[in-house]
Design a binder for this molecule. Sequence first.
Ligand code: NAG
Ligand code: NAG
Ligand code: NAG
Ligand code: NAG
Ligand code: NAG
Ligand code: NAG
Ligand code: NAG
Ligand code: NAG
Ligand code: NAG
Ligand code: NAG
Ligand code: NAG
Ligand code: NAG
Length: 462
Amino acid sequence: MLRSAGILALAVPHSLAVPFVSQATTTFTSAASVTPSVVSVANMTSHGRYTGPVPTTTGALSTSVLASSIPALAAESFKLQYPADGRLHQAQPAPYTPAGGLGTNGTEPVYRVISDFDYESVALALYQEWIELDLFHWGLSTFSTEQFEAAGLHAEERFLLEFMANQEVGHATALTNMLGARAPVQCSYNYPVSDVQEFIDFSQKLTRWGESGVYGFLNHLDSRETAQILLQSITTEARQQMIFRQFGGLFPMPVWFEVGIPQSWAWTLLAPYISSCPANQTRLIWQNFPPLRILNQANSARINGSYVWNETTSAYANSLSTANISSTAGCLHAINGTSNCAPAITQNRTSPLSYAGRQIFLQWDSPGYRTGPNNSYVTSTSAGTPRFAAFVSQLNVTYAPLRGISGNTAYVFQPNSTTYEGDPAINGTVFIAITDDDIAVTPFNLTQINPHVNALAIYQAG
Ligand SMILES: *[C@@H]1O[C@H](CO)[C@@H](O)[C@H](O)[C@H]1NC(C)=O
Ligand SMILES: *[C@@H]1O[C@H](CO)[C@@H](O)[C@H](O)[C@H]1NC(C)=O
Ligand SMILES: *[C@@H]1O[C@H](CO)[C@@H](O)[C@H](O)[C@H]1NC(C)=O
Ligand SMILES: *[C@@H]1O[C@H](CO)[C@@H](O)[C@H](O)[C@H]1NC(C)=O
Ligand SMILES: *[C@@H]1O[C@H](CO)[C@@H](O)[C@H](O)[C@H]1NC(C)=O
Ligand SMILES: *[C@@H]1O[C@H](CO)[C@@H](O)[C@H](O)[C@H]1NC(C)=O
Ligand SMILES: *[C@@H]1O[C@H](CO)[C@@H](O)[C@H](O)[C@H]1NC(C)=O
Ligand SMILES: *[C@@H]1O[C@H](CO)[C@@H](O)[C@H](O)[C@H]1NC(C)=O
Ligand SMILES: *[C@@H]1O[C@H](CO)[C@@H](O)[C@H](O)[C@H]1NC(C)=O
Ligand SMILES: *[C@@H]1O[C@H](CO)[C@@H](O)[C@H](O)[C@H]1NC(C)=O
Ligand SMILES: *[C@@H]1O[C@H](CO)[C@@H](O)[C@H](O)[C@H]1NC(C)=O
Ligand SMILES: *[C@@H]1O[C@H](CO)[C@@H](O)[C@H](O)[C@H]1NC(C)=O
């Protein structure tokens, strides 16, 4: 009954027995077979910094710790043995089916975390989905229609924002299902944001560490099934990140590769914006590094976005402040076409937000400060004396030596590095870590940098 004449006509176009149908018609209705319910979601009415009592449980979740770091080992030789010559080297398990792969032998998929690594990683991603759900709703309800209109975001853009918030309900549901009964729940939050442009820029940066935080661990998960679902949610999140860049009048994707970061980086950047969670909330194992301020972080709300001083609303995210931008210096309503940065599919900037050789002024905190939900986590580092700024972008970690070090401040010059010919490595919304060493790390072993990290921030490179 569900086969329509339109489908039949397409399937056997030359059969004379079938009448020609010029248009498909939708004349059938059928109820969806199952409608899985979503996690319970509340509209958080309270926002702002945590002001409650000093928490009794503090610090990251931990068990017995076996060593201070993971030693670097040689590559496993079997990985170098496959001939990669375009021929088949094993019998096929079935027609059109090459030998190999993980989870390809017909065993039933189990969409469930199966190790501490899986649990802690997916729980971190869930904390991120929850804040995005709240942030997008909060923006919509905090700023008036007039304020959104003035920032160039009209009814259709606001509906897209609402839709993105609803996507988070689905993501939170999928991750909760894979974690089980003690999955982290919604918390309350604080946002360093006072107008629509600041909201869009903060969202653009928050989704950057949300997306990159998952890329960093996805291929290390034990549960391939969990990774599959997470992949299909994080690619949606990647689109959100790009849309926020477009809302902010930035070039949507000025890179050839999206960057991945370690879990502790995503947690470090996320935690300060969580005010409080329920007392029995499941805690996380990840490290909170001290904050880094980019003192001349580019301000994409300015025509001359790289010529700024101290115009961010918080360390860590280092998202833009509009407080001191005069009407002639702002690019939102700039009449000159090349200076204008109103929301658009894509925008060329007249003057770049950053460039190789740019002098960047940095200031970081010492460890030992309270952060995160209920101020119940503590910033820490195991690194020695700060010596480098590691620029983490695309497939690359590029170190620049700290210069003019004075206490917890220094400056660096933005490195001139390339991913592949024609693709400057440092562009878009990237990460800077202060480190004590310039150890070699690549996308699959980036976490090995953690024992060397002194402080962490988002850097607006383009
Ligand atoms: C939360 O607020 C949104 C509007 O911002 C509304 O559409 C939604 O129904 C509310 N949800 C609940 C659970 O109150
Ligand atoms: C990370 O991997 C690269 C090769 O991709 C290797 O050269 C480097 O030594 C590794 N770093 C650590 C700390 O294991
Ligand atoms: C199927 O493959 C998995 C690895 O993906 C392996 O652990 C398992 O033993 C295999 N099962 C069978 C029945 O071959
Ligand atoms: C926390 O407490 C609430 C209320 O008692 C309960 O519904 C929830 O399951 C608990 N969560 C965890 C993770 O134990
Ligand atoms: C931006 O400001 C710098 C410093 O004053 C100046 O050198 C540069 O010409 C300005 N760029 C534009 C496009 O106005
Ligand atoms: C940056 O501005 C804040 C206040 O907006 C001020 O407290 C801080 O000292 C300034 N830092 C620098 C390095 O100018
Ligand atoms: C705005 O500029 C004034 C004067 O230069 C400065 O004191 C203040 O810290 C600036 N505020 C912000 C948020 O940049
Ligand atoms: C537009 O801006 C560019 C770069 O600042 C400048 O060269 C040009 O003269 C401006 N055009 C107008 C019409 O103001
Ligand atoms: C945009 O910038 C690119 C290079 O940065 C340049 O080739 C192109 O002509 C610019 N397009 C416009 C319309 O300004
Ligand atoms: C970043 O990408 C934008 C858009 O393609 C380009 O205009 C800008 O020059 C790039 N910046 C660097 C440092 O390569
Ligand atoms: C960056 O490197 C390229 C290629 O070597 C060179 O053409 C360019 O001048 C360099 N830029 C800076 C600012 O050093
Ligand atoms: C950036 O990463 C690519 C891919 O791993 C590598 O080929 C390239 O050499 C790296 N560039 C730099 C400057 O390290």
